[in-house]
Design a binder for this molecule. Structure first.
Ligand code: NAP
Length: 158
């Protein structure tokens, strides 16, 4: 089972200067709750961003990083061939794709679920979620809290 998890503003903005454009502790808590004890896959820039923030990889998760690097610090596991990794990943296991834009773009057509935190505001930044057709998905869960809407979508089988 493949899932994307992402937070975006009203313009689908997701990043600024290789960091998040906003500070929403409640969204970071949600991200932690959804991904804890799971396997997560990220692009190299997102790994650098997380390592810069935390001084380590995401704790209590298996951190896979798509990269041309052969080895990585903090116990992160390099993935040099994304296609091979995804085709051999066990179908009955959950894998959360946690960004950034390049990795979302490579995987948006492959995922079964989208966990989208919509932020009901606009921010300044430089990195946007790739365009996709929301009609391909069914909203299966939604919780609203202030500016944030935590939404879960399931891909519709056609
Ligand atoms: N709002 C959110 O939920 C959210 C979540 C995550 C990230 N972000 C933001 O997104 C921004 C980073 O996004 P980004 O697009 O610059 O970087 P990214 O996707 O995190 O990483 C890009 C790098 O990862 C490797 N890579 C990614 N996809 C690959 C593929 N399909 N095949 C081979 N290598 C691949 C390459 O590294 P090599 O150079 O090593 O080959 C590439 O340069 C930051 O601002 C971050 O804060 C936001």
């Amino acid at each position: 089972m493949l899932a994307i998890i992402v937070a975006m503003d009203l313009n689908n903005l997701i990043g600024k200067n290789n960091d998040l454009p906003w500070n929403y502790p409640e969204d970071l808590q949600y991200f932690k709750q959804v991904t804890l004890n799971k396997k997560v896959l990220m692009g190299y820039n997102t790994f650098l961003s997380i390592a810069n923030r935390l001084g380590k990889a995401l704790p209590k998760r298996t951190n896979y990083v798509v990269t041309s690097q052969k080895s990585l610090p903090y116990g992160a596991i390099p993935v040099n061939n994304l296609n091979e990794f995804l085709t051999t990943f066990p179908k009955d296991e959950e894998l959360f794709i946690i960004g950034g834009k390049q990795l979302y773009t490579s995987t948006i057509d492959l995922v079964d679920y989208l966990y989208i935190t919509r932020i009901n505001k606009t921010f300044e930044g430089d990195t946007y979620f790739p365009s996709f057709d929301l009609n391909d998905y069914q909203l299966i869960d939604q919780k609203i809290s202030g500016d944030l809407s935590f939404e879960v979508y399931k891909k519709v089988q056609k």
